[in-house]
Ligand binder design. Structure first.
Ligand SMILES: NC(=O)c1ccc[n+]([C@@H]2O[C@H](COP(=O)([O-])OP(=O)(O)OC[C@H]3O[C@@H](n4cnc5c(N)ncnc54)[C@H](O)[C@@H]3O)[C@@H](O)[C@H]2O)c1
Length: 304
């Protein structure tokens, strides 16, 4: 189950945190893994350490340093994967960082840099690898393609202190869903994970205390290693029919999200004509009574 022997995976931002665990998971399942992280001494050292750890248990991996959102670096990443391992089958877009501020205090650069690393970071790699797969398929070759994108619950519930991050993560869902539709004819899947884990990204934030390991040494719900098996599964042959899905993953739980549904569709009672504001008030008032709370919280599990 989950055998990835002979498959080649790229994981961006795999020097640390979730990416590191995901890369090791794929390698344990037999994939040869290309470990990307940013070309900065500490990140390069971390990426190289991930490679060494994979080699230590008999896996195959190489590190490629570069910015996941830079076109030239992304091209070099793919070229190294192809030159070294001869193919690419699994693309895990994971890299990113946060620059948290409320909407009224956020600078242009804080917005642009976060949207760039996450949304453009997903875009350039997804474009390059899907172009490669499409060309292969058009040439009559068999293609094994798995896209795994990394969003966040911030994308759907909002995040008051992260308008840049939440917007980028929402864009990633849209991009991944479109890819799922477009590429199903080639048997390529595209899915999105929304992880929760204690990593450098969350260690300093509001979540740090909530995500801390239990003092009694019991199961650590927010260990990033808990997220990795889902990536391994979505990358596997057994998940070849699962595409266009969004899953929240942490601890011992995977929550498969429903597609957005229309809650109430209300037609103008006056018939086929444009709404008047008064009529909209009459029609909508009963849906928004005084007790209505319109600020969304986290996901809720429907009663069984
Ligand atoms: N930790 C969580 O609870 C959580 C929740 C939701 C989503 N996520 C998402 O999961 C992904 C991984 O986050 P993490 O928590 O492991 O964070 P992390 O900070 O531990 O790891 C991120 C990695 O990305 C690398 N990186 C940053 N910019 C890069 C760039 N331009 N090019 C290449 N690599 C770059 C970093 O060097 C680092 O190794 C991110 O996309 C994050 O938004 C995390």
């Amino acid at each position: 189950m989950g055998d990835l022997t002979g498959k080649v995976a790229i994981v961006t931002g795999a020097g640390r945190g979730l990416g590191r665990e995901e890369a090791m998971q794929l390698a344990r399942q037999g994939a040869r893994v290309v470990i990307n992280d940013i070309n900065r001494p500490d990140a390069e050292e971390a990426a190289q350490a991930t490679v060494e750890e994979i080699k230590a248990f008999g896996g195959e991996a190489i590190a490629v340093f570069g910015d996941c959102a830079d076109s030239n670096d992304a091209e070099a990443l793919m070229k190294t994967a192809l030159d070294t391992f001869g193919d690419i089958n699994i693309m895990v877009n994971n890299a990113g960082f946060c620059r948290d501020k409320t909407i009224f205090g956020m600078s242009d650069d804080e917005f642009d840099s976060v949207v760039r690393v996450h949304l453009r970071g997903h875009f350039v790699n997804m474009r390059n690898v899907t172009a490669y797969w499409r060309n292969k398929a058009k040439g009559g070759e068999e293609v094994y393609g798995r896209l795994i994108s990394t969003s966040s619950e911030a994308a759907i519930y909002g995040s008051a202190g992260q308008p840049n991050y939440a917007s980028a993560k929402a864009g990633i869902i849209a991009m991944a869903m479109g890819a799922a539709q477009l590429l199903s004819k080639y048997g390529i899947t595209s899915n999105v994970i929304m992880p929760r884990a204690l990593t450098d990204m969350t260690a300093g934030g509001q979540t740090a205390q909530m995500f801390a390991p239990p003092e009694d040494g019991g199961f650590h719900m927010f260990d990033p290693a808990n997220v990795a098996p889902l990536v391994g599964y979505l990358a596997s042959p057994e998940a070849g029919h699962i595409s266009g899905e969004v899953m929240v993953v942490w601890g011992n739980e995977v929550a498969v999200l429903e597609r957005p549904r229309v809650r109430d569709a209300i037609a103008n009672p006056k018939g086929a004509q444009k709404w008047e504001v008064d009529d909209l008030h009459t029609a909508l008032a009963s849906h928004y009574d005084d007790n209505y709370v319109s600020v969304w919280g986290g996901y809720s599990v429907p009663p069984s």
